[in-house]
Design a protein around this ligand. Structure first.
Ligand code: MN
Length: 257
């Protein structure tokens, strides 16, 4: 009964408000953004993006922004490369400028990194992680690991399928923002791991330390436009764009050191 009274009262209030204010209405035009797929998108080119002067340069993207679609859409690639990656690169250079780390190779900077220096930690990781991520993807790629790396995966995981399952679990279970990795550890063994934020297995006190040869960005900015909350689907589709030839080269380099 009370509900009905409240309802009737609401109507009375609305009707009286409407009649009082009738003459005060003015037309206001509001721009309503179109859904992404109805917008006329003009894609830029990775060639037009350059970091400010500093110790590190952006990796030249080895493909166009739309080359990995539909697995990774063009708009996500553009924002990810020309905004996020650019910012990490510029901020890394700023954080290093004038310090004794400035002229060191990146692996030595990781060794000397003070983990309490969050500015350097985030931007060094952000720069390194994305650089590797761009490198190990390619259009018309996917499939399975080849040559020496294929043998090593079989030896250390039992099979390629087992590796794939472990990697997908690590990427899915990384809570919040972070990365999934395939790493060569100190003994030369392949290990799957994940890290939060922009941390990585080269940083001091990493839970699993080693040289990353495969990286997957599971921050929401990496997939949300196309996949929304379906991170698992994004992880599945990442396997369609892994450049196993490149990952194999990374593996050969890592076991030499
Ligand atoms: Mn990212």
């Amino acid at each position: 009964m009370k509900k009905i009274q409240v309802l009737i009262l609401s109507f009375v209030v609305i009707i009286s408000l409407e009649s009082c204010g009738k003459k005060k209405y003015t037309e206001v035009k509001v721009d309503v953004p179109l859904p992404i797929n109805e917008q006329k998108l003009t894609l830029g080119s990775p060639e037009d993006v350059t970091a400010e002067k500093g110790a590190f340069k952006m990796l030249k993207l080895p493909y166009t922004y739309d080359a990995l679609a539909p697995n990774i859409d063009a708009f996500t690639m553009e924002t990810h490369y020309s905004k996020h990656y650019l910012t990490y690169t510029n901020n890394l250079n700023k954080a290093l400028a004038g310090t004794d780390l400035e002229d060191l190779p990146i692996n030595d900077i990781f060794k000397k990194l003070d983990m309490s220096n969050s500015d350097l930690r985030n931007n060094l990781g952000g720069y390194y992680n994305h650089t590797l991520f761009w490198e190990i993807m390619a259009p018309k790629a996917g499939g399975v690991a080849k040559d020496t790396l294929a043998g090593a995966i079989n030896k250390d995981f039992g099979s390629f399928e087992n590796f794939k399952t472990q990697f997908k679990v690590a990427a899915t279970k990384q809570f919040g923002s972070g990365w999934a990795w395939l790493v060569v550890d100190k003994t030369g063994k392949l290990v799957v791991t994940s890290t939060p934020n922009q941390d990585n297995p080269l940083m001091p006190k990493a839970v699993v330390s080693g040289t990353p040869i495969l990286a997957l960005d599971v921050w929401e900015h990496a997939y949300y436009l196309s996949y929304q909350y379906k991170r698992k689907k994004y992880i599945d589709n990442f396997f369609n764009v892994i450049n196993w030839k490149k990952v194999g080269e990374k593996y050969e380099e890592a076991i030499k050191n």
